[in-house]
Structures are given as structure tokens and as C-alpha cells.
Design a binder for this molecule. Sequence first.
Ligand code: KG4
Ligand code: ZN
Length: 342
Amino acid sequence: MKILAIETSCDETGVALLEASGTARAPRVRVLENLVTTQIPIHRKFGGVVPNLAKREHLKNLPVLFARLCAKHPRLKFDLITVTVGPGLEPALWTGITFAQALAKEYRVPLVGANHLEGHLYSFLLSQSEKKSGTGAAQKNIFPAIALIVSGGHTVLLKLDSFSKWKRLGETRDDATGEAFDKVARLLGLPYPGGPEVERLARTGDPHAIAFPRPMLHEKNYDFSFSGLKTSVLYYIRDHAKFSKKDVAASFQEAALDVLVKKTIRAAREYGAKSIMLSGGVAANKALRARLARETKKAGCTFLVPDFKYNLDNGAMIGVAGYMAYLRKKRYKMQARGDMEI
Ligand code: KG4
Ligand code: ZN
């Protein structure tokens, strides 16, 4: 079936068209279009996402992206529409929901809600490198799996028994990983979003120059905490007039990655995982990808990560989440839920 997917949870407007087939045990998806407009230049001036500006921009961008899709596919047809209903910024989510409702009425097709975090979780299925990841992986024996979802709003560790059944092992008790990167970037005078900026700077610094704390690393649970780490960076900067920006960036990143990777691997060993999945905006971090890939291999597991273009928010990942929700008969209410969980 053909699926039209809409994403407006934060500062990316996404409209995608997918071809989906297969079952909930072995889904197959192919991305036909993945149109994304980023609002980063608009929010950058404010150092973060301004919800009402995000809403205004989504309202402006949605019809433009849909018109572009229609222009590329003159006889556009789809069998299902899916839209993110949460988690995210509620004014932003509503723009996508009302737009999707209007289209569903006009085209007379069913509409299903999608969970943004499930979008990240399943995003490796969009990968075109079929053998290593993507749809090819769905045909292999990858369960039980451990999934680490790291974004600007969330840090969650899951244990999956199948594509439809999972348990939350842990999550952050305060800041999300991406949020910590963004806040540290601000302390270093770098623009929003800070993740890619910190990563760039970290490449030239010494990751062992400053011994920042590894919060909750040795606690016997799978929760995370990043606000203490961010505060340590703040104190370090305050107490060292001539600090090295690149060493702070590299040492902060090293501390954050240390906790994420070690706890994920510990969970994989405890639950006898066959694969480890990494997703969310922070999964675009090359150092995290490389390190988790290396440790995953050492633990004898398969590493499943989306192509770079599917790490940040996009419509295609919502298409696969919507398809899975449809197959699983999971019907989310057509209502924005900012604090929705996975
Ligand atoms: O998944 P995403 O696009 O939006 C949410 O659902 O939150 O994630 C955005 C987050 C931002 O906090 C951004 O700074 C972070 O992902 N991020 C990165 C990198 N690229 C994006 N963090 C670390 N390293 C990166 N290369
Ligand atoms: Zn996201």
C-alpha cells in the first residue's frame, strides 16, 4: 500500500510518500519521497525552538510541501495517511493533525496516528543498504533487541521481543542527551542546534583532557541523567578563565557517550540481545555511531542504525511508524499529546 506521512512535532516539517508491504513481523518499506523543510534558521536567533513560531512555519510549509509532492506525482494516490500525534510541541502537532484530517476527507482514505518515538525506533527500516540494515534486516533474526533512542526531547532504552512488543528498561531522569548537547553548546557560545556544533568542535579536542562525571554509570538500572554533567561543564567554564573550548566539547561528548554506550551494552549482555538499534537526532553523531558499532560487534550483536538522512525528524520515519500502528491495529486518538510515551 502507499502511505502519505506527515510530521510536525518540532522544528522540521515533513511530508513523505512510502510504499509499504509485509507483516508486522517482517515489514517492508520503500521511501518514494521524503520532503523536509527545516526551521532551524528561524529558531536559531532565539537559541531554541519557539513553539508558536514552529506552528506558524508548519502552517506555511505543509501546503507547500504537499503541492511539491503533487507536482512530482501528477496522479498522486495513497491508501492511508498517517500523522504524528505525539510526543512533541502541541501547537506544532495540531497543525499536522488538522492538515492530515482535511486530506483524509478530501481523498477519502483512512487516517492513523503515529508515535514520533516509534518513528525513530523503526527508522533503520528505511535504510537503503538492504543487507546491513533496512528492510533486509527485518527478515533476519534480530530479536531480542536493545534499542537506544536519543533525541532532543528523549533518551530511552528499550528491550524488544518483536517489532510490536517491547519493554522500557530505562530513560533519562532529567535532560535528554540532545538537550544536554544543546545546552553545552550554548555555554560554549555555539549556535542552536548544538549537537552537530559540539561534535564538530570535539573532533579537534582531547576527550581525556577534563574528567567530567559519568552520571549513573555504575547504578544497577538503565536510567540516565545528563543535567549534572551539564552543570559540571558550567562550573568548569566558570572556574577556568582560559579554558579550551575544543577540550571541553570533546571531554563532555566522551562522558555522555561513555554512559550511553556502556549502559546499552550492559543491557544487551543481560538480555542476550541479538541486535542493538540506535536512533533519534543524536544518532547522527559519528563518534556515537562508531563507538556503539564497535562495542556491538564485540558483544556479538548486529548493529542497526538508519542512514544519516533519517536520523533527524522526517516524514518517512512517521510513514513506517504509521504502517506498523496500522498493522498492529493500534489506533491513537487524533489529538496532540505532547507528553506521549513509547
Ligand atoms: O530527533 P531530533 O531531530 O528531534 C527530536 O525528536 O528531539 O533530535 C534533535 C536533537 C537536537 O538536540 C540536536 O542537537 C541533536 O539531536 N543532534 C546531535 C547531533 N545532530 C543532532 N547531537 C549530537 N551530535 C550530533 N551530530
Ligand atoms: Zn525526533
